[in-house]
Design a protein around this ligand. Structure first.
Ligand SMILES: [Zn+2]
Length: 186
């Protein structure tokens, strides 16, 4: 994640999970705007949150694949039932991960994605998802309870009691976010 990443009292997620969270938030329900439709500004946004790496570019096909993955993942986050799991698994199987062990007794997860930037991006996100599920952080990801917001947030509170995307009414946060967006657009 870039050093000057905006957080805005957004309840950001730790480490790479923040990239996954912001990928989910490209589906911006509050503004009725899908960042994946804005191919011009999308790369900067994804770079900013460490989803895309420097030097990687996305084709239209990549963005379509990213949307399929995002929507399946969002469905799984909101309602992790068998149907949602199957839908996400159906997408994920195109981006296999392989465990490699090394001398000395260590192991690592390696991506075997076909190699285009979009494939690598999705494979990395799946790896991040796997690690977050394993270490329990995934259970702290939630969707704002306000119907017209639905922003995905990370609940770092001790008792996991957060229901909204912000400690304040999320409307204030959203207003600030909208203002920042307008500034950035200039
Ligand atoms: Zn909210």
């Amino acid at each position: 994640m870039a050093q000057n990443a905006e957080v805005l009292g957004d309840r950001p997620a730790p480490g790479r999970l923040e990239g996954l969270r912001m990928l989910l938030n490209t589906d911006d329900r509050f503004h009725g705007f899908d960042r994946l439709d804005d191919l011009e500004r999308l790369p900067l946004f994804l770079l900013h949150y460490g989803v895309l790496f420097e030097g990687e570019t996305l084709t239209r096909r990549d963005v379509a694949a990213l949307r399929t993955f995002r929507d399946a993942l969002r469905g799984f986050l909101v309602e992790p039932d068998e149907e949602a799991a199957a839908a996400l698994n159906a997408v994920s199987q195109a981006y296999p991960l392989v465990v490699r062990v090394a001398a000395g007794g260590t192991s690592s997860l390696q991506r075997c994605a076909p190699g285009e930037a979009g494939d690598r991006v999705i494979a990395r996100q799946i790896e991040t998802l796997h690690r977050a599920i394993e270490d329990g952080r995934w259970t702290r990801m939630g969707r704002c309870g306000r119907e017209d917001c639905q922003w995905i947030f990370y609940d770092s509170s001790r008792n996991r009691s957060a229901r909204w995307c912000s400690a304040d009414p999320c409307g204030d946060v959203m207003k600030t976010r909208a203002w920042r967006e307008r500034q950035r657009a200039r």
